[in-house]
Ligand binder design. Structure first.
Ligand code: DX5
Ligand code: ZN
Length: 220
C-alpha cells in the first residue's frame, strides 16, 4: 500500500514568521505544503494571493498543493503554474465547465484536483473521475481554519473510493478540515490518501512531533 501523506495547511501558520514555519515543514515528516487561496466571493474570507505564494515557493522544498477557493479559477491557471504549484485544486461548485478546467490545469503540467463542498455529492464526479488526479473532500465548510470535522465525511470517502474503483480511475483522495489524531486513522481506513491539517499542527506545542505522530498514525 502506498504511503499516506500529510499536508500541513499554511493558513494556520504564523504569517509574521512564515519562513520559520515553512522551514519547520521542510524539516518535518510532512509530505506536501497545503496552500489555501480564498477570494472573499466563493468563500466568506480572504486569505492571501500571488505575492505570498511567490514568497512561499522561494523556501518550500516539498510539493505545493494549492487549493483555490475562488470563483472562475480558469482565469488564474497559468499564473498558479508559473508560481510553482504542483497540484492545483478547483472547486466543483465554481466550475461550470469542469472538464475544460481539468484539461487546462493538466496542459500547464500540474496535477488536477477537484474539491467538493460538504453538500456536494460524490456521484457528480461520475463523468469526470477518470480525468481527475485528486479529489479533495471538504470535511468543514470552506473559508476558515479551526472548524469542527463533519462526521458524514467518512461516508463520502467510502462512496468516492467505490466510484474510483468502479471506474478504474487512478484518482487519489484528500481530506481537508478539522483533521486531528482522533479522525486520521478512520479517514485512511475509509480510503483517504492525503490528510490536510492546519490548526492541529500549527497550534500544537511541538509541531514537528505532531506531524510525526500524524504521519505514523496514518501509516500503521
Ligand atoms: C478551509 C481550508 C483548510 C484549512 C484547514 O477552508 O481549506 O485547508 O486550512 O484548517 P484546519 O485543519 O484548521 O481545519
Ligand atoms: Zn484547503
Amino acid at each position: 500500500m502506498a504511503s499516506k501523506l500529510i499536508a500541513p495547511s499554511l493558513l494556520a501558520a504564523d504569517f509574521a514568521n512564515l519562513q520559520r514555519d515553512i522551514e519547520m515543514v521542510n524539516q518535518s515528516d510532512a509530505d506536501w505544503f497545503h496552500i489555501d487561496i480564498m477570494d472573499g466571493v466563493f468563500v466568506p474570507n480572504i486569505s492571501f494571493g500571488m505575492p505570498v505564494l511567490q514568497a512561499i515557493q522561494k523556501h518550500a522544498k516539498k510539493t505545493l498543493d494549492v487549493h483555490l477557493m475562488i470563483v472562475d479559477p480558469d482565469r488564474y491557471i497559468k499564473t498558479f503554474a508559473d508560481l510553482g504549484s504542483d497540484v492545483l485544486t478547483v472547486h466543483y461548485e465554481a466550475c461550470p465547465h469542469l472538464h475544460r478546467t481539468i484539461q487546462a490545469i493538466k496542459a500547464e503540467g500540474m496535477k488536477a484536483g477537484v474539491s467538493l463542498n460538504p453538500h456536494t455529492n460524490v456521484s457528480l464526479l461520475e463523468d469526470t473521475i477518470n480525468d481527475i488526479d485528486l479529489v479533495l473532500i471538504m470535511s468543514v465548510n470552506p473559508g476558515f481554519g479551526g472548524q469542527s470535522f463533519i462526521e458524514n465525511t467518512y461516508e463520502k470517502v467510502k462512496q468516492l473510493k467505490a466510484l474510483i474503483e468502479r471506474k478504474g480511475a487512478k484518482t487519489i483522495i484528500e481530506i481537508d478540515g478539522g483533521v486531528t489524531n482522533k479522525n486520521a486513522k478512520q479517514l485512511v481506513d475509509a480510503g483517504a490518501d492525503v490528510l490536510v491539517a492546519g490548526s492541529y499542527v500549527f497550534k500544537s506545542n511541538d509541531q514537528l512531533e505532531t506531524i510525526k505522530n500524524l504521519k505514523a498514525i496514518v501509516n500503521t
